[in-house]
Design a protein around this ligand. Structure first.
Ligand code: NAD
Length: 354
């Protein structure tokens, strides 16, 4: 069995999902880390006993002969890092959101294609048993023809760009390729203007992570497979999707052991009311030990499978870019005052020229 040499660029908060997974998987060896912060590197060395740490990730790429690198930095620096990683012929699992805009995402994908390396985005629901089961049920016709996807759980603004990429990627598990977006973005009940556009970030270590505007978003997405998704910004504590078909419904919500089906597409008084029934998904040990941490292990396992079989990762750069495109399509639709066809053109962030 080949042992893949793994490194990490950015050892802040979420990096332990990646580093713990590399340390636990039988076919990966965590060998090095890079970060601008010496304090973060010293915490990494303390936890894993690995002294090969670098304040310049380019030196790590030159010296460590890595097969795979994780990039859990903020999105503000991700594009240049991925270009440098690809230029060294190293495969990458990167955090979400993939990039600031589609021009960056295009450049990242082109660099990996040119280098012949694999690029995966840590949108974990692509590997989550609940979502995989729901997809299988829908493909098997359990709720008839898929018509509506309700997107639940993120606010307008930074939340939509940051956590939202998980949800819009989850929508695409079922809707697949979108053909248009129609959206409204408002603030205090009026349309957004240039003055409302601002850079947003989570921490001092991750400046300018997303260009955002608005405090309310309503959007419709049309998919080539006939499904339509509906998004109304909110933070009601439910994070997931409700899938309505011609014969019933399924809901996937974070924290559930499996999808919940409901036997009616629409309730009417002359129908007996149905009940939501949980479908528990039997799964291997990795999923049971904690969603984020062990789904990261699955993402890495899928990356190795993609490398060894020269196939696409289920959460590839192409999928990540398409999820980002749904979010940016929302702003483009508001900007043009109408329905916007995908793929988007131009590729720069729509809010740069509102
Ligand atoms: N997939 C998930 O479930 C999930 C969960 C939380 C966060 N995230 C994403 O993960 C990313 C990181 O989040 P975080 O909370 O760990 O952030 P963080 O700010 O705690 O850590 C980022 C680290 O990257 C380092 N860094 C920045 N620029 C660098 C560079 N040029 N070279 C080397 N290191 C550099 C910083 O010094 C910092 O230590 C964000 O994009 C966030 O959206 C994903």
């Amino acid at each position: 069995m080949k042992i893949y040499r793994a490194g990490v660029i950015g050892v802040g908060g979420v990096s332990s999902l990646h580093t713990d997974a590399y340390a636990a998987l039988p076919n990966t060896e965590l060998v090095a880390a890079a970060d601008l912060s010496e304090a973060a590197l010293s915490r990494f060395t303390g936890k894993y006993g690995i002294a090969n740490v670098y304040t310049d990730y380019r030196r790590m790429l030159d010296e460590e002969n890595l097969d795979i690198v994780s990039v859990p930095t903020g999105a503000n620096v991700r594009c240049q890092i991925v270009l440098d990683v690809a230029a060294c012929g190293v495969n990458a699992l990167i955090e979400k959101p993939m990039a600031i805009d589609l021009a960056e995402a295009d450049a990242m994908i082109a660099a990996c294609e040119k280098a012949g390396t694999k690029l995966a985005i840590n949108h974990q629901r692509r590997c989550d048993a609940q979502y995989r089961k729901a997809k299988q049920l829908i493909d098997d016709g359990a709720i008839g023809e898929l018509r509506h996807i309700r997107v639940m759980g993120v606010n307008a603004g930074f939340d939509m760009s940051n956590n939202g990429t998980h949800l819009f990627d989850a929508v695409r598990i079922f809707g697949e390729d979108a053909e248009w977006v129609w959206a409204s973005v408002t603030i205090d009940g009026r349309d957004i203007t240039t003055d409302d556009v601002t850079w947003a970030d989570r921490k001092d270590t991750s400046r300018k992570e997303a260009l955002v505007a608005g405090d309310r978003v309503s959007a419709i997405f049309s998919f080539k497979n006939g499904a339509r998704a509906f998004y109304e910004s909110n933070r009601e504590g439910i994070f997931g999707v409700e899938l309505t078909g011609t014969k019933g419904r399924l809901v996937c919500i974070d924290g559930s052991a499996g999808p919940y089906p409901y036997p009616l597409a629409i309730w009417t008084p002359d129908n007996p009311a149905g009940v939501w029934q949980p479908i528990e998904v039997p799964d291997d040990e990795m999923n049971q030990r904690g969603l984020g941490r062990w789904l990261c292990g699955r993402m890495i396992t899928e990356l190795i499978r993609a490398i060894e079989t020269d196939s696409e990762h289920p959460s590839s750069g192409y999928q990540g870019r398409a999820a980002l495109e749904l979010i940016l399509g929302i702003y483009e639709s508001q900007k043009r005052g109408g329905k916007v066809k995908l793929p988007l053109s131009p590729r720069e962030h729509p809010l740069t020229t509102l």
